[in-house]
Design a protein around this ligand. Structure first.
Ligand code: FAD
Length: 451
Protein backbone atom coordinates (compact mmCIF):
# COMPACT_ATOMS: atom_id res chain seq x y z
CA UNK A 1 0.00 0.00 0.00
CA UNK A 2 1.24 3.51 -0.81
CA UNK A 3 2.33 5.55 2.20
CA UNK A 4 0.24 8.69 1.52
CA UNK A 5 1.58 10.72 4.43
CA UNK A 6 5.14 10.08 3.22
CA UNK A 7 4.14 11.21 -0.27
CA UNK A 8 2.50 14.34 1.11
CA UNK A 9 5.57 15.14 3.19
CA UNK A 10 7.77 14.66 0.15
CA UNK A 11 5.56 16.91 -1.98
CA UNK A 12 5.80 19.68 0.57
CA UNK A 13 9.45 19.29 1.52
CA UNK A 14 11.57 22.40 0.97
CA UNK A 15 13.37 20.66 -1.91
CA UNK A 16 9.97 20.48 -3.67
CA UNK A 17 9.19 23.49 -5.85
CA UNK A 18 6.80 25.95 -4.25
CA UNK A 19 3.86 27.02 -6.42
CA UNK A 20 4.42 30.56 -5.13
CA UNK A 21 6.57 32.44 -2.64
CA UNK A 22 3.73 33.76 -0.51
CA UNK A 23 0.10 32.68 -0.09
CA UNK A 24 -2.27 35.27 1.38
CA UNK A 25 -5.38 33.59 2.81
CA UNK A 26 -8.24 36.11 2.78
CA UNK A 27 -8.62 38.92 0.26
CA UNK A 28 -10.48 41.37 2.49
CA UNK A 29 -9.45 44.71 3.99
CA UNK A 30 -6.07 43.52 5.22
CA UNK A 31 -5.36 40.62 2.80
CA UNK A 32 -5.60 42.79 -0.31
CA UNK A 33 -3.57 45.49 1.45
CA UNK A 34 -0.63 43.23 2.36
CA UNK A 35 -0.62 41.69 -1.15
CA UNK A 36 -0.58 45.18 -2.72
CA UNK A 37 2.10 46.37 -0.31
CA UNK A 38 4.33 43.40 -1.26
CA UNK A 39 3.54 43.75 -4.98
CA UNK A 40 4.58 47.42 -5.04
CA UNK A 41 7.62 47.14 -2.79
CA UNK A 42 10.85 47.51 -4.86
CA UNK A 43 12.57 44.69 -2.91
CA UNK A 44 9.59 42.32 -2.61
CA UNK A 45 7.81 42.83 -5.90
CA UNK A 46 9.43 39.82 -7.60
CA UNK A 47 7.86 37.51 -5.03
CA UNK A 48 5.10 35.36 -6.52
CA UNK A 49 2.01 35.95 -4.41
CA UNK A 50 -1.32 34.11 -4.53
CA UNK A 51 -4.30 35.68 -2.75
CA UNK A 52 -7.19 33.29 -2.11
CA UNK A 53 -10.54 34.55 -0.92
CA UNK A 54 -13.72 32.59 -0.25
CA UNK A 55 -16.00 35.44 -1.44
CA UNK A 56 -17.72 34.47 -4.70
CA UNK A 57 -16.88 37.70 -6.54
CA UNK A 58 -14.49 40.63 -6.19
CA UNK A 59 -16.33 43.74 -4.96
CA UNK A 60 -16.56 46.56 -7.48
CA UNK A 61 -16.66 50.29 -6.83
CA UNK A 62 -20.31 51.27 -6.87
CA UNK A 63 -21.49 54.34 -8.72
CA UNK A 64 -21.69 57.53 -6.68
CA UNK A 65 -25.48 57.43 -6.85
CA UNK A 66 -25.89 53.92 -5.49
CA UNK A 67 -26.95 53.33 -1.90
CA UNK A 68 -24.36 53.10 0.83
CA UNK A 69 -23.26 49.77 2.26
CA UNK A 70 -23.99 49.19 5.95
CA UNK A 71 -20.33 48.26 6.62
CA UNK A 72 -18.00 51.23 6.85
CA UNK A 73 -14.74 51.92 8.66
CA UNK A 74 -13.35 54.97 10.39
CA UNK A 75 -9.95 55.10 8.68
CA UNK A 76 -7.19 56.76 10.72
CA UNK A 77 -4.76 59.29 9.20
CA UNK A 78 -1.93 56.69 9.59
CA UNK A 79 -3.92 54.19 7.49
CA UNK A 80 -4.57 56.89 4.89
CA UNK A 81 -0.76 57.16 4.70
CA UNK A 82 -0.64 53.47 3.72
CA UNK A 83 -3.31 53.98 1.02
CA UNK A 84 -1.46 57.03 -0.31
CA UNK A 85 1.74 54.94 -0.54
CA UNK A 86 -0.18 52.23 -2.39
CA UNK A 87 -1.51 54.90 -4.78
CA UNK A 88 -5.20 54.12 -4.14
CA UNK A 89 -6.22 56.99 -1.86
CA UNK A 90 -6.81 59.51 -4.67
CA UNK A 91 -9.18 57.01 -6.33
CA UNK A 92 -11.03 56.43 -3.08
CA UNK A 93 -11.18 60.17 -2.38
CA UNK A 94 -12.87 60.77 -5.75
CA UNK A 95 -15.46 58.24 -4.68
CA UNK A 96 -17.22 58.75 -1.35
CA UNK A 97 -14.82 59.39 1.45
CA UNK A 98 -16.17 61.54 4.28
CA UNK A 99 -13.65 63.55 6.26
CA UNK A 100 -14.38 63.66 10.00
CA UNK A 101 -13.17 66.83 11.69
CA UNK A 102 -14.63 66.30 15.13
CA UNK A 103 -15.48 63.42 17.45
CA UNK A 104 -18.04 63.88 20.24
CA UNK A 105 -18.19 61.23 22.95
CA UNK A 106 -21.17 61.52 25.29
CA UNK A 107 -22.08 59.71 28.49
CA UNK A 108 -25.71 58.66 28.94
CA UNK A 109 -25.37 58.14 32.69
CA UNK A 110 -24.32 61.76 33.30
CA UNK A 111 -23.85 65.00 31.35
CA UNK A 112 -20.13 64.33 30.86
CA UNK A 113 -18.78 64.52 27.32
CA UNK A 114 -15.57 64.99 25.40
CA UNK A 115 -14.85 66.54 22.02
CA UNK A 116 -11.84 65.86 19.84
CA UNK A 117 -11.28 68.66 17.37
CA UNK A 118 -8.71 68.33 14.66
CA UNK A 119 -5.45 69.69 16.06
CA UNK A 120 -3.65 71.81 13.46
CA UNK A 121 -4.41 70.38 10.05
CA UNK A 122 -4.92 66.77 11.16
CA UNK A 123 -8.26 65.10 10.48
CA UNK A 124 -9.70 62.87 13.19
CA UNK A 125 -10.56 60.13 10.65
CA UNK A 126 -12.19 59.37 7.30
CA UNK A 127 -15.30 57.23 6.89
CA UNK A 128 -15.12 54.85 3.93
CA UNK A 129 -17.20 51.83 2.90
CA UNK A 130 -15.33 48.54 3.46
CA UNK A 131 -16.31 47.25 0.00
CA UNK A 132 -14.85 50.36 -1.65
CA UNK A 133 -11.49 49.77 0.04
CA UNK A 134 -11.46 46.07 -0.88
CA UNK A 135 -12.46 46.97 -4.47
CA UNK A 136 -9.74 49.58 -5.13
CA UNK A 137 -7.12 47.24 -3.68
CA UNK A 138 -8.42 44.32 -5.80
CA UNK A 139 -8.22 46.52 -8.92
CA UNK A 140 -4.64 47.42 -7.98
CA UNK A 141 -3.73 43.73 -7.50
CA UNK A 142 -4.98 42.93 -11.01
CA UNK A 143 -2.30 45.31 -12.40
CA UNK A 144 0.60 43.77 -10.47
CA UNK A 145 2.43 41.13 -12.54
CA UNK A 146 3.39 38.72 -9.75
CA UNK A 147 0.07 38.66 -7.93
CA UNK A 148 -2.68 36.14 -8.61
CA UNK A 149 -5.99 36.96 -6.95
CA UNK A 150 -8.47 34.10 -6.78
CA UNK A 151 -12.08 34.48 -5.62
CA UNK A 152 -14.47 31.64 -4.72
CA UNK A 153 -11.34 30.02 -3.28
CA UNK A 154 -12.31 28.65 0.11
CA UNK A 155 -9.33 27.31 2.06
CA UNK A 156 -10.38 24.04 3.63
CA UNK A 157 -7.10 22.98 5.20
CA UNK A 158 -3.60 24.26 5.79
CA UNK A 159 -0.51 22.10 6.08
CA UNK A 160 1.74 24.21 8.30
CA UNK A 161 5.09 22.62 9.17
CA UNK A 162 6.73 22.63 12.61
CA UNK A 163 9.98 23.90 11.14
CA UNK A 164 11.26 25.59 8.00
CA UNK A 165 12.57 22.26 6.68
CA UNK A 166 9.30 21.99 4.80
CA UNK A 167 7.12 24.36 2.80
CA UNK A 168 3.63 25.34 3.91
CA UNK A 169 0.64 24.58 1.75
CA UNK A 170 -3.07 25.30 1.65
CA UNK A 171 -5.82 23.24 0.05
CA UNK A 172 -9.02 24.72 -1.32
CA UNK A 173 -12.48 23.18 -1.10
CA UNK A 174 -12.25 22.22 -4.81
CA UNK A 175 -9.04 20.25 -4.12
CA UNK A 176 -6.58 22.73 -5.68
CA UNK A 177 -3.53 23.28 -3.50
CA UNK A 178 -0.67 25.79 -3.30
CA UNK A 179 2.64 25.64 -1.51
CA UNK A 180 4.85 28.53 -0.44
CA UNK A 181 7.60 29.73 1.85
CA UNK A 182 5.13 31.87 3.79
CA UNK A 183 1.38 31.77 4.42
CA UNK A 184 -0.06 35.10 5.57
CA UNK A 185 -3.36 34.56 7.40
CA UNK A 186 -5.68 37.51 6.73
CA UNK A 187 -8.82 35.42 7.01
CA UNK A 188 -10.58 37.26 9.81
CA UNK A 189 -11.34 36.46 13.43
CA UNK A 190 -12.27 32.84 12.74
CA UNK A 191 -9.00 32.33 10.83
CA UNK A 192 -8.42 28.79 9.58
CA UNK A 193 -4.69 29.58 9.29
CA UNK A 194 -4.55 30.45 12.99
CA UNK A 195 -6.70 27.49 14.05
CA UNK A 196 -4.58 25.03 12.08
CA UNK A 197 -1.27 26.36 13.33
CA UNK A 198 -0.48 24.10 16.29
CA UNK A 199 1.95 26.54 17.91
CA UNK A 200 -0.35 29.60 18.07
CA UNK A 201 -2.43 29.88 21.26
CA UNK A 202 -5.24 32.38 21.59
CA UNK A 203 -7.15 34.13 24.35
CA UNK A 204 -10.70 35.00 23.39
CA UNK A 205 -14.09 35.86 24.79
CA UNK A 206 -17.47 37.00 23.63
CA UNK A 207 -18.75 40.37 24.83
CA UNK A 208 -22.34 39.05 24.79
CA UNK A 209 -22.99 42.12 22.69
CA UNK A 210 -23.95 42.60 19.03
CA UNK A 211 -23.56 45.63 16.80
CA UNK A 212 -26.60 46.69 14.76
CA UNK A 213 -25.52 48.53 11.62
CA UNK A 214 -27.63 50.58 9.19
CA UNK A 215 -27.51 53.65 6.94
CA UNK A 216 -29.48 56.61 8.27
CA UNK A 217 -30.91 59.84 6.89
CA UNK A 218 -30.08 62.52 9.44
CA UNK A 219 -30.68 66.17 10.04
CA UNK A 220 -27.33 67.53 11.23
CA UNK A 221 -25.77 70.94 11.69
CA UNK A 222 -23.51 72.20 8.88
CA UNK A 223 -21.84 69.62 6.68
CA UNK A 224 -22.30 66.70 9.12
CA UNK A 225 -18.55 66.27 9.65
CA UNK A 226 -18.75 65.13 13.28
CA UNK A 227 -18.65 61.51 14.43
CA UNK A 228 -20.80 60.85 17.49
CA UNK A 229 -20.62 58.17 20.13
CA UNK A 230 -23.06 57.92 23.02
CA UNK A 231 -22.33 55.36 25.72
CA UNK A 232 -25.61 53.76 26.78
CA UNK A 233 -25.90 51.11 29.53
CA UNK A 234 -25.97 48.30 26.90
CA UNK A 235 -23.05 49.64 24.87
CA UNK A 236 -22.04 52.58 22.68
CA UNK A 237 -24.14 53.99 19.85
CA UNK A 238 -22.01 55.51 17.08
CA UNK A 239 -23.08 57.76 14.21
CA UNK A 240 -20.42 58.00 11.50
CA UNK A 241 -21.03 60.70 8.89
CA UNK A 242 -21.20 59.66 5.22
CA UNK A 243 -22.56 62.83 3.54
CA UNK A 244 -24.18 66.06 4.69
CA UNK A 245 -27.41 64.13 5.36
CA UNK A 246 -26.42 60.47 5.73
CA UNK A 247 -24.68 58.69 8.60
CA UNK A 248 -23.75 55.10 9.30
CA UNK A 249 -24.97 53.53 12.54
CA UNK A 250 -23.14 51.11 14.85
CA UNK A 251 -25.52 50.42 17.75
CA UNK A 252 -24.01 48.08 20.33
CA UNK A 253 -26.47 46.22 22.52
CA UNK A 254 -27.29 42.75 23.84
CA UNK A 255 -27.72 40.01 21.20
CA UNK A 256 -31.45 39.61 22.02
CA UNK A 257 -32.03 43.36 21.83
CA UNK A 258 -30.13 43.47 18.50
CA UNK A 259 -32.46 40.81 17.11
CA UNK A 260 -35.48 42.78 18.33
CA UNK A 261 -34.18 46.07 16.87
CA UNK A 262 -33.59 44.48 13.45
CA UNK A 263 -37.15 43.11 13.43
CA UNK A 264 -38.87 46.42 14.30
CA UNK A 265 -40.72 48.37 11.63
CA UNK A 266 -38.49 51.06 10.10
CA UNK A 267 -40.36 53.92 11.80
CA UNK A 268 -40.34 52.30 15.25
CA UNK A 269 -36.62 51.56 14.88
CA UNK A 270 -35.92 55.23 14.11
CA UNK A 271 -38.08 56.36 17.06
CA UNK A 272 -36.24 54.03 19.43
CA UNK A 273 -32.89 55.17 18.10
CA UNK A 274 -33.73 58.86 18.61
CA UNK A 275 -34.89 58.04 22.12
CA UNK A 276 -31.67 56.09 22.87
CA UNK A 277 -29.56 59.02 21.61
CA UNK A 278 -31.37 61.65 23.65
CA UNK A 279 -32.75 60.03 26.78
CA UNK A 280 -31.70 61.36 30.17
CA UNK A 281 -33.47 58.49 31.95
CA UNK A 282 -30.18 56.84 32.94
CA UNK A 283 -28.55 60.01 34.27
CA UNK A 284 -27.32 60.01 37.85
CA UNK A 285 -28.23 63.31 39.57
CA UNK A 286 -25.46 62.98 42.21
CA UNK A 287 -22.88 62.65 39.44
CA UNK A 288 -24.36 65.59 37.53
CA UNK A 289 -24.15 67.81 40.63
CA UNK A 290 -20.52 66.85 41.16
CA UNK A 291 -19.78 67.54 37.49
CA UNK A 292 -21.42 70.94 37.68
CA UNK A 293 -19.24 71.87 40.67
CA UNK A 294 -16.14 70.59 38.91
CA UNK A 295 -16.98 72.34 35.63
CA UNK A 296 -17.32 75.64 37.55
CA UNK A 297 -13.89 75.08 39.09
CA UNK A 298 -12.35 74.20 35.70
CA UNK A 299 -14.06 76.97 33.78
CA UNK A 300 -10.82 79.00 33.85
CA UNK A 301 -9.26 76.25 31.65
CA UNK A 302 -11.98 76.14 29.03
CA UNK A 303 -15.57 77.05 28.41
CA UNK A 304 -16.68 73.78 29.98
CA UNK A 305 -19.98 75.16 31.28
CA UNK A 306 -21.57 74.93 27.84
CA UNK A 307 -24.94 73.32 27.12
CA UNK A 308 -24.75 69.57 26.43
CA UNK A 309 -24.12 68.61 22.79
CA UNK A 310 -27.05 67.19 20.85
CA UNK A 311 -26.56 64.35 18.39
CA UNK A 312 -28.06 64.70 14.89
CA UNK A 313 -31.78 63.89 14.65
CA UNK A 314 -32.42 60.64 12.80
CA UNK A 315 -35.04 61.12 10.08
CA UNK A 316 -35.31 57.62 8.59
CA UNK A 317 -33.45 54.56 7.38
CA UNK A 318 -31.94 55.31 3.95
CA UNK A 319 -32.77 51.79 2.84
CA UNK A 320 -33.51 48.91 5.12
CA UNK A 321 -29.98 47.49 5.30
CA UNK A 322 -30.09 46.71 9.03
CA UNK A 323 -27.88 43.81 10.09
CA UNK A 324 -26.22 42.72 13.30
CA UNK A 325 -22.78 41.30 14.08
CA UNK A 326 -21.62 39.49 17.25
CA UNK A 327 -18.75 41.17 19.12
CA UNK A 328 -15.82 39.56 20.87
CA UNK A 329 -12.14 39.78 21.65
CA UNK A 330 -9.48 37.44 20.32
CA UNK A 331 -5.77 37.80 20.96
CA UNK A 332 -3.21 35.48 19.35
CA UNK A 333 -0.37 35.07 21.81
CA UNK A 334 1.98 34.91 18.83
CA UNK A 335 1.36 36.40 15.38
CA UNK A 336 3.90 34.05 13.82
CA UNK A 337 4.84 30.38 13.53
CA UNK A 338 7.20 28.60 11.11
CA UNK A 339 6.05 29.74 7.62
CA UNK A 340 3.06 31.63 9.08
CA UNK A 341 2.28 35.27 9.83
CA UNK A 342 -1.14 36.45 11.00
CA UNK A 343 -2.44 39.91 10.05
CA UNK A 344 -5.57 41.83 11.03
CA UNK A 345 -8.50 40.16 12.79
CA UNK A 346 -6.84 36.75 12.35
CA UNK A 347 -4.32 38.00 14.93
CA UNK A 348 -6.41 40.41 17.01
CA UNK A 349 -10.15 41.06 17.19
CA UNK A 350 -11.34 44.04 19.21
CA UNK A 351 -14.60 45.76 20.11
CA UNK A 352 -15.51 48.36 17.43
CA UNK A 353 -16.13 51.14 19.98
CA UNK A 354 -12.82 52.87 19.24
CA UNK A 355 -12.83 52.26 15.46
CA UNK A 356 -9.35 50.73 15.71
CA UNK A 357 -9.78 47.08 14.55
CA UNK A 358 -8.81 47.29 10.92
CA UNK A 359 -6.52 50.27 11.52
CA UNK A 360 -4.48 47.93 13.73
CA UNK A 361 -4.55 45.44 10.83
CA UNK A 362 -3.21 48.03 8.39
CA UNK A 363 -0.46 48.85 10.88
CA UNK A 364 0.42 45.12 10.79
CA UNK A 365 0.64 45.46 6.99
CA UNK A 366 3.15 48.31 7.26
CA UNK A 367 5.27 46.44 9.80
CA UNK A 368 5.20 43.05 8.04
CA UNK A 369 6.15 44.60 4.69
CA UNK A 370 9.24 46.24 6.23
CA UNK A 371 10.19 43.03 8.07
CA UNK A 372 9.89 40.90 4.89
CA UNK A 373 11.87 43.52 2.97
CA UNK A 374 14.71 43.30 5.49
CA UNK A 375 14.65 39.48 5.43
CA UNK A 376 14.83 39.31 1.64
CA UNK A 377 17.57 41.96 1.45
CA UNK A 378 19.72 39.89 3.80
CA UNK A 379 19.06 36.68 1.86
CA UNK A 380 17.13 35.07 4.74
CA UNK A 381 14.17 32.69 4.41
CA UNK A 382 11.09 34.96 4.61
CA UNK A 383 9.10 32.20 6.31
CA UNK A 384 11.54 31.49 9.11
CA UNK A 385 10.67 32.39 12.67
CA UNK A 386 13.92 34.33 13.00
CA UNK A 387 12.91 36.53 10.02
CA UNK A 388 9.37 37.03 11.29
CA UNK A 389 10.13 37.54 14.99
CA UNK A 390 10.50 41.31 14.62
CA UNK A 391 7.04 41.50 13.06
CA UNK A 392 5.56 39.67 16.05
CA UNK A 393 7.26 41.84 18.64
CA UNK A 394 6.66 45.20 16.91
CA UNK A 395 3.04 44.54 15.98
CA UNK A 396 2.21 43.23 19.45
CA UNK A 397 3.94 46.23 21.00
CA UNK A 398 1.46 48.48 19.18
CA UNK A 399 -1.61 46.26 19.37
CA UNK A 400 -1.67 44.81 22.88
CA UNK A 401 -1.92 48.15 24.76
CA UNK A 402 -4.63 49.26 22.30
CA UNK A 403 -6.58 46.03 22.84
CA UNK A 404 -6.32 46.34 26.62
CA UNK A 405 -7.45 49.99 26.53
CA UNK A 406 -10.46 49.19 24.30
CA UNK A 407 -11.50 46.21 26.44
CA UNK A 408 -11.13 48.31 29.59
CA UNK A 409 -13.22 51.16 28.11
CA UNK A 410 -16.00 48.76 27.17
CA UNK A 411 -16.08 47.31 30.70
CA UNK A 412 -15.89 50.74 32.28
CA UNK A 413 -18.85 52.06 30.32
CA UNK A 414 -21.07 49.03 30.96
CA UNK A 415 -20.93 49.69 34.69
CA UNK A 416 -23.73 51.79 36.18
CA UNK A 417 -22.68 52.05 39.86
CA UNK A 418 -22.54 55.68 41.03
CA UNK A 419 -18.84 55.76 42.16
CA UNK A 420 -17.71 54.35 38.78
CA UNK A 421 -20.01 56.67 36.79
CA UNK A 422 -18.69 59.58 38.89
CA UNK A 423 -15.04 58.62 38.37
CA UNK A 424 -15.36 58.16 34.61
CA UNK A 425 -17.49 61.32 34.19
CA UNK A 426 -14.94 63.42 36.09
CA UNK A 427 -12.15 61.80 34.07
CA UNK A 428 -13.94 62.59 30.78
CA UNK A 429 -14.74 66.18 31.74
CA UNK A 430 -11.23 66.87 33.04
CA UNK A 431 -9.63 65.38 29.94
CA UNK A 432 -12.02 67.44 27.83
CA UNK A 433 -10.65 70.60 29.44
CA UNK A 434 -7.02 69.68 28.77
CA UNK A 435 -6.65 70.64 25.14
CA UNK A 436 -2.90 69.90 24.74
CA UNK A 437 -3.39 66.35 26.10
CA UNK A 438 -6.28 65.69 23.69
CA UNK A 439 -4.24 67.03 20.77
CA UNK A 440 -1.36 64.77 21.79
CA UNK A 441 -3.65 61.71 21.79
CA UNK A 442 -4.99 62.47 18.29
CA UNK A 443 -1.41 63.10 17.12
CA UNK A 444 -0.16 59.78 18.57
CA UNK A 445 -3.01 57.82 16.94
CA UNK A 446 -2.16 59.33 13.56
CA UNK A 447 1.53 58.27 13.65
CA UNK A 448 2.89 55.52 11.38
CA UNK A 449 4.92 52.77 13.07
CA UNK A 450 8.73 52.99 13.10
CA UNK A 451 10.28 49.70 11.96
C1 FAD B 1 -19.86 46.71 13.34
C2 FAD B 1 -18.38 46.86 13.17
C3 FAD B 1 -17.84 48.12 12.93
C4 FAD B 1 -16.47 48.28 12.78
N1 FAD B 1 -15.95 49.53 12.55
C5 FAD B 1 -14.61 49.69 12.46
C6 FAD B 1 -14.04 50.98 12.26
O1 FAD B 1 -14.76 51.97 12.16
N2 FAD B 1 -12.69 51.09 12.17
C7 FAD B 1 -11.87 50.00 12.31
O2 FAD B 1 -10.64 50.15 12.26
N3 FAD B 1 -12.38 48.76 12.46
C8 FAD B 1 -13.72 48.57 12.54
N4 FAD B 1 -14.23 47.32 12.71
C9 FAD B 1 -13.34 46.16 12.68
C10 FAD B 1 -13.04 45.74 11.23
O3 FAD B 1 -14.24 45.53 10.51
C11 FAD B 1 -12.19 44.49 11.21
O4 FAD B 1 -11.04 44.75 11.98
C12 FAD B 1 -11.78 44.14 9.78
O5 FAD B 1 -12.90 43.71 9.03
C13 FAD B 1 -10.72 43.07 9.76
O6 FAD B 1 -10.26 42.93 8.43
P1 FAD B 1 -9.55 41.58 7.99
O7 FAD B 1 -9.16 41.75 6.56
O8 FAD B 1 -8.46 41.23 8.95
O9 FAD B 1 -10.66 40.46 8.16
P2 FAD B 1 -12.08 40.34 7.45
O10 FAD B 1 -12.62 41.68 7.11
O11 FAD B 1 -12.89 39.45 8.31
O12 FAD B 1 -11.75 39.62 6.08
C14 FAD B 1 -11.43 38.25 6.04
C15 FAD B 1 -11.40 37.80 4.60
O13 FAD B 1 -10.97 36.44 4.58
C16 FAD B 1 -11.84 35.69 3.76
N5 FAD B 1 -11.85 34.32 4.31
C17 FAD B 1 -12.29 33.93 5.52
N6 FAD B 1 -12.13 32.60 5.66
C18 FAD B 1 -11.56 32.15 4.51
C19 FAD B 1 -11.17 30.88 4.03
N7 FAD B 1 -11.32 29.76 4.78
N8 FAD B 1 -10.64 30.79 2.80
C20 FAD B 1 -10.48 31.89 2.02
N9 FAD B 1 -10.86 33.12 2.42
C21 FAD B 1 -11.39 33.25 3.64
C22 FAD B 1 -13.20 36.40 3.83
O14 FAD B 1 -13.95 36.15 2.64
C23 FAD B 1 -12.77 37.87 3.93
O15 FAD B 1 -12.64 38.46 2.67
C24 FAD B 1 -15.60 47.14 12.86
C25 FAD B 1 -16.14 45.88 13.12
C26 FAD B 1 -17.52 45.73 13.28
C27 FAD B 1 -18.09 44.36 13.55
Amino acid sequence: MLNLSLLARHASSSSAKASSDIIVVGGGLTGNAIAASIGLNPILRDQKVVVVDSAKTKPTLLSNSSTYSNRVSAVSPASVGLFRDLGVWSRLEKYRVKRVNKLHVIESSSRAEITFDRPGNTEVAFIVENDAIVAVLADLLSTLPNITHKTAANVQSCQLPDSTNELASVTLADGESFSAQLVIGCDGFNSIVRRQSSSIDTTSWSYSQSAVVATLKVSADGSNDTAWQRFSPHGPIALLPLTSNLSSLVWTTSPDEAKRLCALTKDTFVDELNEALLTTAHQDSTVNQALFAMDSALSFLSSSLRPPSITPHILSLETDNRASFPLGLCHSQSYIAPRVALVGDAAHRVHPLAGQGVNMGWRDVLILTKVLEKALKSGADIGSVSSLRRYDSLAQQYNVPTMVAIDWLNRLYRTQSTPIVLARSIGLSTFNSLLPLKDLLVHLLSQSPKV
